[in-house]
Write a protein that binds this ligand. Structure first.
Ligand code: ADP
Ligand code: ASP
Ligand code: MG
Length: 814
């Protein structure tokens, strides 16, 4: 005989119940027990309704009505008219009993565990009866059997303990005499030795099916649900999770104990000794092989088989000098918890015996703490032991796998993954079987922890980077375009999966946890909500994704001021905005130290020389022990373009205009033309070389007339350029007469920094600098005479975007 169990979603509505029928029909002539859950959501509804009634809230009748309507509608849709009235009258009479019970709770204003069990059992009783009748009406040789007559328990209402010997006897007798091919049984419900209605605990229909399978020595147990088996992690939280084709009983038990809801934890226990295999299958994709749970097959040598988590956990710790070396403390501690019916999910004890710490359900911790304080009242009075310490709202994440014991380094890998992602670990435990390693973390870090662990242990080294992009002007939009084009290559060759989750410009912002389609991001951004920098940050923070990167493509000061917030939350920052690194030295220094402290890279390669690897080169020199003596550089792609294009046959105004239109200048061209931009760049290089410097320490002799410098709009600025055209022509002529070219040069030497326009003679490294190119000469201890030179295109949206891209890839390899 085979046992099949269909969960709440599988029987949520007539359409799904029809799918269930098809699966059962495909059994052919094989004998089967079909265990069903309540229609999806009904158990919760029954519990809520009875709670309302017990609070004497008259609105309980409204939710009762919803319950009634769902069942009556199902009957009307599933059962043919000719037989409908009999079925309807049975359902109505059951619903009347339910109504009376709820009325009782309402009138007395109380809900005993015994009454609650009686009420909640209606979910399974009604669904199984309706499904049985539907099967019959479809020509199946089916019958309904009330599981309360088979499964006998103690009177521990809400989660009763099964009396296996009476239950097995009952099952054997029933199935021996039952001539029908299909028996439909309500899951979850049972009865006590005294005949009262009990239940097997939330999710207990799986257990019902396992109990019947064990009693009947079935050759197979099938659990039909709404996913393709047991996954490497909860598929609702980890999108990359995959169904595991085969796992052992012990692994399944461990995963379900630590929260893999797809299987109710006690399910394995009755069938373990009999080695009945379990298949977890998807009612909505019956062809999918699902997961087979059976005896250990060595897991194909795989170590970690799944990651699960269980929430609503509190830690309860007892500590104090009076615990060291005193026998019996642990015994008294655990006895106290056991006497108070507190179930312990996890235990840790430091080897110094100075403390014991257990994980229990949030809802139990208060009683547990009170009880422990009472037990150790004497020691606490004498200050030998401190009052119990409680920490709430935690979650346990567990790595599970039979083969973990024979592999070193797994826990190291687990903890370093969590550490890198700034997930604080409150306690750890490893089962003696070494089949699981668990860590207790904060509730808000769960998704991040699960996803980063999943990435480490299951995703073939593919690393996902979650990008939040602010600013989509010239550079920002090019950057998005480049990601769009390169994504496949990055995944295949660099094992990096880039996902843009948030985009904002100054008007609107948009978020999509599945990744914004880069084909039509403009459209989605246009339809987004009103942009707000604080809300943008709050969203990135609350999404709490691992490997989150904030990309700043703006030139905005307020945005730069928000970097500390991002870094403190373990969110990397990549920026082409120079403000942060070139403003106050303490601010810059603080960003660098936050980056270290919170494991969040802070990269700004494009601050100097757009996509050229200038800062990266400098970093490598310093990291390898070199020391910078002098830097000479032409660092303004814009000024270089301007002075390379400007001559006596064009006006200075037109050249600057052209530079602006081609994206070679900042949106405000005075920043470039005044030399401020170059000052910022050389400042950054000096700081990165290890010198403490501020912008005021830099000498700048501007070639622009004072009036142009003091304009306060782009228009006024351009007008002033027309006015002073003669002066600019003079500058050109002076240089041309000496066979020199004009270059705007930045220099740093022995702590002194200056920038300004210089006449560069033929033969100098700077003389032949083309278009918007940049050049940097590093004179260091290792390169004292012949400098290390970095040269190439140093401005333009394209190269800047690719520089940002390069920083993102650096983070990927971090
Ligand atoms: P049913 O009503 O069929 O008993 P459940 O809701 O009890 O279904 O269990 C199935 C759900 O368990 C899935 O929809 C999934 O969200 C959740 N789940 C949690 N962890 C896992 C896991 N590791 N593998 C598969 N499903 C999981
Ligand atoms: N209906 C019960 C519950 O929701 C039992 C089950 O579905 O397994 O907990
Ligand atoms: Mg379930």
């Amino acid at each position: 005989m085979k046992v099949l169990k269909f969960g709440g979603t599988s029987v949520a509505n007539p359409q799904n119940i029809n799918k269930v029928k098809n699966i059962v029909q495909d059994l052919g002539q094989e004998k089967a027990a079909v265990v069903v859950s309540a229609f999806g959501g009904i158990t919760d509804l029954l519990l809520d309704t009875s709670h309302l009634a017990s609070l004497q809230d008259p609105t309980y009748t409204e939710s009762l009505k919803t319950i009634e309507e769902r069942h009556l509608a199902a009957v009307k849709e599933l059962i043919p008219i000719q037989v409908q009235s009999t079925v309807l009258s049975k359902i109505k009479s059951d619903l009347n009993v339910l109504e009376t019970l709820l009325e009782g709770a309402y009138l007395i204003g109380e809900l005993t565990p015994k009454l609650s069990d009686k009420i909640v059992s209606f979910g399974e009783l009604l669904s199984a009866y309706i499904i049985g009748e539907y099967f019959k009406s479809e020509g199946l040789d089916a019958t309904f059997k009330d599981s309360r007559e088979l499964i006998i328990t103690d009177s521990n209402y809400g989660k009763a303990n099964v009396d296996f010997s009476s239950t097995t006897k009952n099952c054997n007798q029933f199935f021996k005499e039952n001539p029908c091919q299909i028996t439909v049984l309500p899951g979850f419900v049972s009865s006590s030795g005294t005949g009262d209605n009990t239940t097997l605990g939330r999710g207990g229909s799986d257990y019902t099916a396992a109990i019947v399978a064990a009693a009947q020595n079935s050759e197979f147990l099938e659990i039909w649900t709404d996913v393709n088996g047991m996954y490497t992690a909860n598929p609702k939280l980890v999108k990359q999770a995959k169904a595991v084709p085969h796992i052992s009983y012990e692994e399944a038990m461990e995963l379900s104990h630590f929260g893999a809801k797809v299987l109710y934890p006690p399910t394995i226990q009755p069938i373990l000794g009999k080695e009945i295999p379990i298949a977890i299958k998807n009612t909505f994709d019956p062809e999918n092989p699902g997961t087979i749970i059976s005896k250990n097959d060595n897991g194909n040598g795989k170590t970690v088989r799944g990651i699960s988590h269980v929430g609503n956990i509190s830690l309860l710790s007892l500590e104090g000098p009076g615990m060291i070396g005193i026998p019996g403390i642990s015994k008294r501690f655990f006895e106290t918890l056991s006497l108070n019916n507190i179930s312990i999910v996890l235990i840790t004890q430091a080897s110094s015996e100075h403390s014991i710490c257990v994980g229990v359900a949030d809802e139990d911790v208060e009683i547990a703490a009170e009880a422990v304080n009472e037990t150790f009242a004497y020691e606490m009075q004498n200050r030998k032991i401190k009052p119990a310490i409680v920490e709430r709202d935690l979650t346990i994440v567990a790595l599970v796998g039979d083969n973990m014991k024979s592999h070193q380094g797994l826990s190291g890998k687990m903890f370093s993954t969590l550490g890198k992602n700034n997930v604080n670990i409150r306690a750890i435990a490893q089962g003696a079987s070494e089949r699981n390693i668990s860590a207790v973390i904060k509730k808000e870090d769960v998704k991040k922890a699960l996803n980063s662990l999943h990435e480490t242990f299951f995703e073939e080294n593919i690393k996902q980077l979650n990008l939040f992009v602010m600013g989509v002007g010239n550079v920002g939009s090019k950057f998005l375009e480049q990601i769009h084009q390169q994504r496949k290559y990055l995944k295949k060759e660099l094992k990096l999966n880039l996902r843009v989750i948030g985009i904002s410009n100054s008007r609107t912002m948009v978020f999509d946890e599945n990744g914004i389609s880069l084909k039509d991001w403009q459209n989605q951004l246009g339809k987004g909500e009103k942009a707000d920098k604080q809300t943008f940050f709050d969203t990135v923070k609350s999404l709490n994704y691992r490997n989150s990167v904030f990309v700043d493509n703006t030139a905005n000061n307020e945005v730069a001021q928000s970097y500390p917030d991002y870094l403190k939350n373990n969110i990397s920052v990549v920026t082409c905005n120079k403000i942060a690194c070139s403003s106050d030295y303490d601010f810059y220094k603080n960003l660098k130290s936050l980056s270290k402290q919170f494991n969040a890279p802070f990269l700004f390669e494009t601050n100097v020389g757009a996509g050229l690897p200038i800062i990266d080169t400098l970093k490598h020199l310093i990291a390898s022990g070199d020391k910078v003596k002098k830097i000479q550089a032409v660092l303004s792609g814009s000024l270089n373009f301007v002075f390379n294009t400007f001559n006596d046959s064009v006006t200075f105004h037109d050249v600057v205009k052209q530079a602006q239109e081609q994206g070679y200048t900042e949106p405000d061209p005075t920043i470039d033309l005044s030399g401020v931009d170059v000052m910022r760049k050389i400042l950054i290089l000096a700081r990165e070389s290890g010198y403490e410097l501020d912008i005021d320490d830099i000498e700048n002799e501007s070639f622009l007339p004072k009036e142009s410098l003091e304009t306060n709009s782009n228009e006024a600025f351009f007008e002033s350029l027309i006015k002073y055209e003669d002066d600019f022509q003079k500058l050109y002529k002076q240089a041309a007469d000496q066979d020199c070219k004009l270059k705007y040069v930045a220099q740093f030497e022995e702590g002194k920094t200056k920038v300004g326009l210089q006449k560069i003679p033929k033969g100098h490294d700077f003389y032949n600098l083309e278009g918007s190119d940049n050049i940097v000469l590093f004179f260091t201890e290792r390169y004292p005479n012949q400098p290390l030179i970095v040269k190439g295109a140093g401005a333009g949206a394209d190269v800047t975007a690719s520089g940002i891209f390069a920083d993102i890839i650096r983070i990927g390899n971090f």
